[in-house]
Design a protein around this ligand. Structure first.
Ligand code: SF4
Length: 342
């Protein structure tokens, strides 16, 4: 039995300000009362099984505020995955993120409870295509976004996240860069390099994230008319026009930092709804304007699936990587830490 159990009131306090996606992310006291027993059961099992729960900011708020031990973006979570002493990691996000945790923690059991086994961006490129690109672009340093499978990472040189991509590309001692898989991040990276006098030949692949590619400059113009003081905050997976008209561009953790530190009170968040929910829950003096988009892959995680994975994991919940692939992919992440933190 847990020493301190979460109460309905404590959960409600965290969730009461969240109002997103029609009825999907709206929490009454009654709804919290229904959620609390399963939350406490998961927290009890975590202790019993020496497990930790890593949750991406895009997943449902009841998971973030009810059962997670670490919350953040890919970069923060990959760092957190390295520090945990637990023997089991439940990665509540999408498969490539669980694979990253396994690459860093081969001796630990890594479980992914998500119902949907995909991500439009990670699925946009496969290992055969990377091999072909490497033949086409000899002499290029292949940099992959963290939103790729372990097998794709294993064929690249360096992994990056949205939090460190610019810094890493700037530091890599090669003027020829091939970035994959996101075409908008690739284009934004090229523009950034041009603006900052970084003379590199940057090529990039044509993949997209279906959540971020939907945002358009119209979304910004409408909000600017109605809320002239609102700050527009966007993710580097958005298209170039959106990026150029934003007040701040960064990873989800960097966006939260920006909101915390800026005196502005209104924000349009051009990223998945999970971050808007964190804004509503954690910054009660700040207001979200405009709408946001849900990622069906991230939102396919539920408390019920986390409980099942902890109690009695199915083969599909377990992340298994062959050692050769893991070691090659590990080197690309090691290279990221080296360039990002130097
Ligand atoms: S928002 Fe969803 S589809 Fe887009 S990159 Fe993230 S997990 Fe993949």
């Amino acid at each position: 039995m847990l020493k301190t159990q979460l109460t309905t009131e404590q959960l409600y306090e965290k969730l009461k300000n969240i109002k997103l996606g029609g009825q999907v992310c709206v929490y009454s006291l009654r709804k919290c009362e229904e959620l609390v027993p399963i939350i406490n059961e998961i927290n009890e099992l975590k202790e019993e099984k020496n497990a930790v729960i890593l949750a991406h900011s895009y997943i449902s708020p009841e998971i973030i505020y009810g059962v997670s031990d670490f919350v953040g973006d890919s970069y923060k979570l990959s760092r957190d995955a390295l520090t945990t002493k637990a023997t089991t990691i439940v990665f509540v996000a999408v498969r490539f993120m669980g694979e990253t945790a396994k690459i860093l923690n081969p001796e630990k059991e890594v479980l992914i409870p998500a119902k949907l086994d995909g991500c439009s961006l990670a699925d946009s490129i496969d290992p055969e295509t990377v091999q072909e690109l490497r033949r086409q672009y000899p002499g290029y340093t292949f940099i992959c976004y963290i939103n790729t499978t372990a097998h794709v990472k294993a064929l690249c040189d360096i992994t990056v996240t949205s939090a460190n991509v610019y810094k890493v590309v700037e530091k890599v001692p090669n003027d020829k860069i091939y970035f994959l898989p996101d075409k908008f991040m690739g284009q934004n990276l090229k523009n950034y390099a041009d603006r900052h006098g970084i003379k590199k030949d940057i090529k990039y692949y044509s993949g997209t994230c279906y959540v971020h590619e939907d945002y358009d400059i119209e979304d910004i113009l409408k909000v600017r008319l109605e809320y002239p003081d609102a700050k527009i905050v966007s993710h580097p997976e958005c298209n170039t026009k959106v990026i150029d008209h934003s007040d701040f561009v960064g990873s989800t953790e960097q966006m939260l930092k920006f909101m915390r530190e800026t005196p502005s009170k209104q924000f349009l968040m051009l990223t998945e709804c999970g971050l808007s929910a964190r804004l509503q829950s954690e910054f009660s003096d700040k207001q979200l304007v405009g709408s946001c988009t849900l990622c069906k892959y991230m939102k396919s995680n539920s408390l019920q699936d986390i409980l099942r994975a902890l109690k009695d994991p199915l083969p599909k919940d377990r992340v298994v990587l062959d050692e050769q692939t893991r070691l090659k992919a590990f080197k690309t992440i090691e290279a990221m830490f080296k360039y990002a933190e130097s």
